[in-house]
Design a protein around this ligand. Structure first.
Ligand SMILES: Nc1ncnc2c1ncn2[C@@H]1O[C@H](COP(=O)(O)OP(=O)(O)O)[C@@H](O)[C@H]1O
Ligand SMILES: [Mg+2]
Length: 240
């Protein structure tokens, strides 16, 4: 089996060298944990080594992401010009679109082998702001357009993850962690749908706050389960 290396210092050795090719991996954590930086490094390192990528932007704009990446020495402009990376902005507001078609087109456009969806929790809570064909397929009509019931949210998460999986590329699905700690993701379901789970957190280990990362699950992999401390340096995430 082919392994897809993240190129993140200290990470690949936790998963036998990389993610199984074609797997869908959940990256969960509270705000500020480092999920987006992880996703950017995954796409950047891939594209620099001949594996192109699509970064699906829900929470931040492509401009914000390029700026954030540049702080860690990642210049996406050149990669975008060379057609190796696309930041895919999902239209907000009254624009009709089919989420899956948008993503598939971008993936085919740059011949992407890597995908990052950043992030599914924000997409689902703001479904009311997106007019997609998905709405017509899965949501009750006008009656409860304003408020999504829990069932709608879960149906959305399920549908998006299944569609991403159907593309057969190696995909990171970023989501919000569960603040109570009882579940991994805020929706409590993504963790059962994905082939792998990475938890990123900031914890107080009796001294100063420390960043930790843990590979809680990785199919077809003898993953190292111990949590590892990491830092965000000028080169991005570096695990000790
Ligand atoms: N230049 C930098 N050097 C070190 N750490 C940084 C730098 N810029 C941002 N950070 C840290 O990264 C965090 C944001 O990481 P990010 O991946 O965007 O988090 P999220 O999990 O919310 O996506 C910030 O809260 C900050 O602690
Ligand atoms: Mg983020």
């Amino acid at each position: 089996m082919n392994r897809i290396s993240t190129g993140i210092k200290g990470f690949d050795e936790l998963v036998e060298g990389g993610f199984p090719e074609g797997s869908t991996v959940l990256v969960a954590g509270l705000p500020g944990a480092g999920k987006t930086i992880f996703g950017l490094q995954f796409i950047y390192n891939g594209a620099m080594n001949g594996e192109n990528g699509v970064y699906i932007c829900i929470e931040s704009s492509p401009a914000e992401l390029r700026e954030q990446a540049s702080m860690f020495g990642m210049d996406f402009n050149a990669l975008e010009e060379q057609g190796k990376v696309e930041f895919l902005r999902i239209p907000k507001g009254n624009v009709r679109f089919n989420l899956f078609q948008l993503i598939s087109k971008a993936v085919e456009g740059v011949k992407a082998e890597r995908i990052v969806f950043d992030n599914i929790a924000t997409y689902v809570v703001s479904l009311g702001r997106y007019v997609s064909l998905w709405d017509e397929m899965f949501k009750a009509p006008e009656a409860d357009k304003k408020e999504n019931s829990l069932t709608d949210d879960k149906a959305a998460v399920y549908s998006i993850i299944e569609q991403l999986k159907s593309l057969g590329r190696t995909c990171l699905v970023i989501t919000h962690g569960d603040a109570s700690g009882a579940r991994i993701s805020s929706d409590g379901m993504s963790e059962y749908l994905c082939d792998g789970i990475i938890k990123i957190d900031i914890v107080e280990l009796g001294r100063e706050p420390t960043r930790i990362i843990k590979v809680a699950k990785m199919r077809q992999t003898k993953n190292i389960l111990q949590l590892r401390e990491f830092e965000i340096t000028q080169r991005g995430i570096e695990i000790s």
